[in-house]
Every structure is written in C-alpha cells, then in structure tokens.
Design a protein around this ligand. Structure first.
Ligand code: TMP
Length: 218
C-alpha cells in the first residue's frame, strides 16, 4: 500500500509586530491573532511591556509616575521584562502549539533605548531572547502617527515627543536594513488604511508559514 501523504506539522512561529507609537501595532496584532484562529491556526497574542510584574512597573514609569527615572535603569527593566515574558508566556504558548504574536519585542529596545544608552550594551541585554521567525515593522511618518494618537485621545507618554518619534522611526528603518542579513524582518508601509496594512501583514505571515510547511505535492 502506498504511504499516505502527510501534511507536514507546522512548528509554531514567534512573530513580532513593531513600529513607532501610533503605528497600529496593537490593533494589527489582535487582527492577526483573530485571522489565524479563524483559519484553524491556534494563536496567542501578547505584548511588551508584558502584564507581568516588571511590565507593570514599566507602565508606571512610562506614565511618569516615578519621574525622574534613570534611562539605563529603564533599559534594564525592558530587558528583564522580556526575559520574564519569554519564560512565563511566550515559550509555554509555543510549546502548546500556538503561534505567538507579540506587540513589540527586542527591536523596540534597539530602536528606543539606543536613543539614550549605548547601542551595543542595549543589544547585549536582549541577546538571550529567542529570535522571532518573522518581524513585521509597520513604517510611517512620525507626524502621521502623532495625529492618530491625538485623534484616539491617547495620553502622552515618555517617548511621545515628535522629535523623539522621528528618531525612533529612523532607528527602526536603519535596524531593518541592518538586521535583514541575520533575521527575517519585513517593512510594511503603514501610512494607509488599516485594512490595507492588515492585508499586507497577512501576506507576509502566509509567506513564512508556507516556507515552514510547504503545501503537500500530489
Ligand atoms: P505601547 O505604546 O506599545 O504600549 O509601548 C509602550 C512604550 O514603551 C512605547 O513608547 C515603546 C516603549 N518601549 C521601549 O521603549 N522599549 C521596549 O523594549 C518596549 C517593549 C517598549
């Protein structure tokens, strides 16, 4: 009897969604989760700063509750939160067979904390974090993102000054160019309707999924 062709098992993927404040990473992360689930692919959405104890402290710092707060200490908190997040939430979800979509990951630290701290040091802090299978960088002008935040009524946080956001946007673009040789990072234009951004993100996710589990030939 000929062997029955089997569909290759898909190893669950870790996908990071990145961008400046107002890029829409939170909305798109949730949409991607719902879309994967609806097509029978279990997925878990999460975010950084995480909901763990270090993440909660970071949220307080971002809201200005502990000002003044040392920027290098904040870089350490982001890295500590990431290690806890990976161990507590990301790895268990992957082990349970679910794709993990994280709204921000170590690229956020590389883009934001390097404004105030040495770049090599910031990167070393996250060197042990699992590498994502795909990073989606939603790229748009800082002015457009600022207007979106204003319309959404979001209160200003630590990094929200326009001049800072411009620098972060540039840092993300440079990062995407630099890291493209060592990891899979795709820049998706974000200055267009959310549905169009979402469609482009889905294409990239399907592409990487097809690579890890190519369609069975028959
Ligand atoms: P949020 O606006 O997506 O909730 O993210 C909170 C802020 O924290 C945002 O301004 C980006 C910033 N951030 C860093 O500076 N470094 C990091 O490593 C992470 C995860 C976020």
């Amino acid at each position: 009897m000929p062997a029955t062709p089997t569909t290759p098992a898909v190893a669950p993927l870790l996908i990071a969604i990145e961008g400046i404040d107002g890029a829409g990473t939170t909305t798109q992360t949730e949409r991607l989760r719902a879309w994967l689930e609806a097509s029978g692919r279990p997925a878990h959405a999460t975010r950084e700063p995480s909901t763990g104890p270090v993440g909660r402290l970071i949220r307080e710092v971002l809201a200005g509750q502990h000002a003044p707060f040392d920027k290098a200490a904040l870089a350490l908190l982001f890295a500590a939160d990431r290690m806890d997040h990976v161990t507590r939430e990301i790895e268990p979800a992957l082990a349970a067979g679910r794709h993990v979509l994280t709204d921000r990951y170590y690229h956020s630290s590389f883009a934001y904390q390097t404004l105030d701290a040495d770049g090599a040091w910031v990167r070393t802090l996250s060197a042990r974090a699992r590498r994502p299978d795909l990073t989606l960088l939603i790229d748009l002008p800082a002015e457009v993102a600022a207007e979106r935040r204003r319309l959404a009524g979001r209160p200003d946080e630590l990094f929200d000054a326009l001049v800072t956001q411009r620098r972060v946007a540039d840092a993300y673009r440079a990062l995407a160019r630099e890291l493209s040789g060592s990891e899979r990072i795709v820049v998706v234009p974000g200055d267009r309707p959310a549905d169009a951004v979402f469609a482009a993100l889905c294409v990239e996710v399907e592409r990487v999924l097809a690579e890890v589990a190519p369609p069975a030939r028959g």
